[in-house]
Design a protein around this ligand. Structure first.
Ligand code: 13P
Length: 340
């Protein structure tokens, strides 16, 4: 029987009008983001930046949960409150990235397998102790002329299910993230085919490994044209193709689908989610778990300058609100002008 706490948390993560902020960039990834704005990545600058996001006024109306990184879950905000406590005090659920990254898959050029299963049970117990209530594991599937291989999809699906079972055992809701990358010049048809196959493999493994679907969230890519493809599908087509794909392979017991943004522009990520929700009702909540598409304007506004913290908070709150509106299909591009 499914643990009721898991179901309650999973439902709270996809509560109406709200979605998840992915702020779980690894040390390497956050360094890249900081490089892009000319800020040195140190423990203090990372802490100041995460504090800015987590204390932005009003975001609790649109943000249900935040995915933290190992360093961040152990840090405190500028007022001395540990980040998990600070988030809980605002009604935002703290979560944690638990995979250890995508590593080269042997005999599979250009493909990766996500690692981190060894010792995971013990790490999960510690994260629960530190205040996490959900977890995330990201698998990466690349589209190329002769990839993905079955080896890549099946090993990643197996690892995702191993992780999800351990997470549920620890009382933590797993966010199962099989990301089919948008990099490449492939068509939307090819993305559709690979996404469907990947999700089918993932749900097969979740079933074999006795993961409760009611106690998890799925974090997939949308069905999109490759970033470099000459022909780009429009908003309506992306929404229709994505919904059709998920209807085929995502069981209705899953409480919510929380999309990654994957390199889409901020406004595209919002418009696509909005169009999908306009086509509802759907068997699952359709929400967001964006990293770049929620943070990009805040990063740009901040640039490491304490005098710009308020402007950066506003920029983040605006994106959170736009995506909150997309949860009910009530976003309009005109609203982009109304940055508070
Ligand atoms: P993006 O929305 O930037 O793709 O990040 C989401 C995420 O958590 C990737 O694991």
């Amino acid at each position: 029987m499914t643990d009721k706490r898991l179901v309650d948390t999973a439902r709270a993560m996809v509560a109406p009008n709200r979605g998840i902020l992915a702020a779980d960039e690894s040390s390497g990834t956050i360094k890249k983001r900081f490089d892009s704005i000319g800020v040195e990545s140190t423990e203090e600058t990372r802490r100041a930046y995460r504090d800015l996001l987590f204390t932005a006024p009003g975001v609790e109306d649109y943000i249900s949960g935040v995915i933290l990184y190992d360093e961040t879950i152990r840090q405190s905000g500028l007022d001395g409150t540990p980040f998990p406590k600070l988030l809980e005090s605002r009604g935002i659920i703290p979560g944690i990235k638990v995979d250890l990254g995508a590593k080269d898959l042997p005999f599979a050029p250009g493909e990766t397998i996500t690692e981190g299963l060894d010792g995971l049970r013990e790490r999960l117990a510690e994260y629960a102790e530190l205040g996490a209530r959900f977890t995330k594991w990201r698998a990466v599937i690349t589209i190329g002329p002769s990839i993905p291989s079955y080896a890549c999809v099946s090993t990643n699906a197996h690892a995702l299910a191993r992780y999800a079972a351990l997470s549920e055992e620890a009382g933590l809701v797993p966010i199962v993230e099989p990301e089919v990358l948008m990099d490449g010049d492939h068509t939307i048809d090819r993305c559709d085919e690979v996404t469907k196959f990947t999700l089918q493999q993932v749900f097969e493994q979740l079933y074999y490994q006795r993961v409760s679907l009611e106690g998890m969230c799925l974090k997939p890519n949308m069905v999109l044209s490759g970033k470099g493809a000459a022909e780009q599908a429009g908003v309506q087509e992306v929404a229709e193709r994505s919904i059709a794909c998920f209807r085929d392979v995502v069981p209705s017991a899953v409480p919510g689908i929380v999309f990654l943004s994957g390199g889409q522009s901020d406004e595209d990520a919002t418009a696509h989610l909005n169009a999908m929700n306009q086509m509802g009702p759907h068997p699952w909540e359709l929400s967001f778990s964006y990293g770049r598409a929620l943070q990009a304007p805040a990063l740009k506004a901040w640039k490491g300058d304490t005098a710009k913290v308020e402007a950066a908070k506003k920029a983040f709150a605006h994106r959170a609100k736009m995506n909150g509106l997309a949860r009910t299909g009530s976003y309009k591009p005109d609203l982009e002008q109304q940055v508070a």
